[in-house]
Design a binder for this molecule. Structure first.
Ligand code: HEM
Length: 468
């Protein structure tokens, strides 16, 4: 027995020494002069497990020990985490100094080499220009809002008297509405195959880039190939039948030479369409789902929102669509969207990487390192948002408050979300038809996870009743 215990003891001691040696070796490997303080964890894996397991607490603990600018090794790369609002702004404003997007390889591979996060400098400028021309205020007013209205009015029909999973409904809503705007699809077999390929594509972008049969990465790459094939076929058909001139969706707009000022190639057009579908998908769907959740839990906010929309509806006939001026007048709705985005933290932060060794905040960040511009904690600052854990849309209506322009909910600098107004128009229209047509109660047992993404692992079920 004693020998047995001795052997176990020696194995334990050896494991402890080996672990300590490995941790030390990894720290020494990254001990360069001028790097910010912090720990690098295990060789290869770094501190990814702790980061994913402890979530926001990992970041808060490291900040307590090392300050708001510290080094780590997460998601496969040596990374500097910045939790300092001023430095965060500086990083977003200074892409030209060599602080370019640093998204994971799987995302870049699957979204395509011309997708907006993969391009910098002049290529980014013209790709972004092309995108901005598709979602400009005039386009939203004249082309997109009427489409969104028509889609939502129809999508939100006949929900009364049933239990629905609002997570599933908002996901489908975001994708179908976007497919309608980008390539004019409303239903049919092409819609179904694009829908299922798109879901695989999204999963692939969030996976480890291991190209083996059965992996999400391999399936994501395959899904991308299928989506590209479908889009190419659609473009060829439109060219052959000369219908590009008469269609008024984003694809045709980009294909029309007189309007395609940036003269995008077919490959660039396809990657731009995929970028639009991808970027507006989870952001719009999760914000809509969480708005429904917060409004359910805050009767006063729900009543105020409903009143805003009933006033608009009261001036119209049942079949009249929402007009641009009415959308602009939805001040409380906008505040609900901002407050939902803040309180749920739909986007935890954005990733950048350095193109050369560079000095930031008195430290030297080596070339190729990631910078995680972690904005989550800014959302819960009691200095910027008194009583930060309360859902309080009214805080956004205060005329003296400058935080509508001073937050990073939609990013900042040269990468500020170009789809912000389009996204707000979609969520506002969704809420319009939802709160004017229905009342709802949550069916118990819904669980919500807030990190690393906001999801309801088993769905968010609500019982919906018609208002009239
Ligand atoms: C509530 C909805 C939305 C939220 C919270 C949101 C948030 C963001 C954030 C934080 C960024 C900055 C990323 C970075 O700096 O790396 C961003 C960029 C971007 N967003 Fe959105 N977004 C929303 C809706 C949309 C929609 C509907 C579209 C569709 C057009 C869109 C398209 C994009 C694109 C293409 C970029 C990259 C811009 C660039 O790199 O120049 N977003 N978004």
């Amino acid at each position: 027995m004693a020998v047995y215990l001795l052997v176990i003891g020696m194995i334990l001691l050896f494991s402890l020494c080996l672990s300590a040696a490995l941790l030390k070796w990894n720290e020494l490997k990254y001990r360069k002069k001028g790097l910010p303080p912090g720990t690098m964890g295990w060789p290869v894996f770094g501190e990814t497990t702790e980061f994913l397991k402890q979530g926001p607490n990992f970041m808060k603990n490291q900040r307590a020990r090392y300050g708001s600018f510290f080094k780590s090794h997460i998601l496969g790369c040596p990374t500097v985490v910045s939790m300092d609002p001023e430095i965060n702004r500086y990083i977003l404003m200074n892409e030209a100094k060599g602080l370019v997007p640093g998204y994971p390889q799987s995302m870049l591979d699957i979204l395509g080499r011309c997708n907006i996060a993969a391009v910098h400098g002049s290529t980014h400028k013209y790709m972004r220009g092309a995108l901005l021309s598709l979602v400009s205020p005039t386009m939203v007013r004249d082309q997109l809002l009427p489409k969104i209205d028509c889609f939502m009015r129809d999508y939100l029909r006949n929900w009364g008297g049933s239990v629905v999973d609002i997570q599933e409904k908002t996901k489908k809503m975001a994708l179908l509405s976007s497919l309608n705007q980008t390539i004019g699809l409303q239903s049919g077999p092409m819609m179904n195959s694009l829908k299922s390929e798109f879901f695989k594509l999204v999963l692939g972008t969030l996976s480890l880039p291991i190209d083996l049969p059965g992996t999400n990465y391999r399936q994501g790459l395959q899904a991308r190939k299928n989506v590209v094939r479908i889009l190419r076929r659609l473009m060829n058909e439109r060219r052959a039948s000369m219908v590009t001139g008469s269609c008024n969706d984003m694809l045709s707009y980009l294909m029309r030479s007189e309007e395609n000022i940036q003269k995008l190639t077919d490959e660039e057009i396809i990657d731009l369409i995929i970028t639009i579908l991808y970027s507006g998908y989870e952001t719009v769907s999760t914000t809509s789902m969480m708005a429904v959740k917060y409004l359910h839990d805050n009767r006063k906010a729900l009543l105020t929102l409903r009143e805003e929309h009933m006033k608009i509806r009261g001036r119209k006939r049942l079949e009249d669509p929402i007009e641009w001026d009415e959308l602009k007048s939805m001040r409380f709705t906008r505040a609900v969207i901002y407050e939902t985005s803040r309180l749920a933290t739909i986007v935890n932060g954005v990733l950048r990487k350095t193109t050369h060794d560079m000095e930031i905040n008195g430290f030297v960040i080596p070339k190729g390192w990631r910078i995680y511009v972690y904005t989550r904690e800014m959302n819960y600052s009691s200095y910027s948002y008194p009583d930060p854990l309360a859902f309080n849309p009214w805080r956004w209506l205060d005329k003296n408050a400058d935080f509508p322009n001073n937050n990073l909910l939609f990013g900042g600098g040269s990468r500020l979300c170009p789809g912000k107004e389009l996204g707000i128009a979609e969520i506002s229209t969704f809420l319009h038809y939802f709160v004017t047509r229905y009342r709802w109660e949550e069916v118990g047992g819904n669980k919500l996870m807030k990190f690393p993404r906001v999801v309801a692992p088993h769905g968010l079920h609500i019982r919906v009743e018609s208002s009239h």
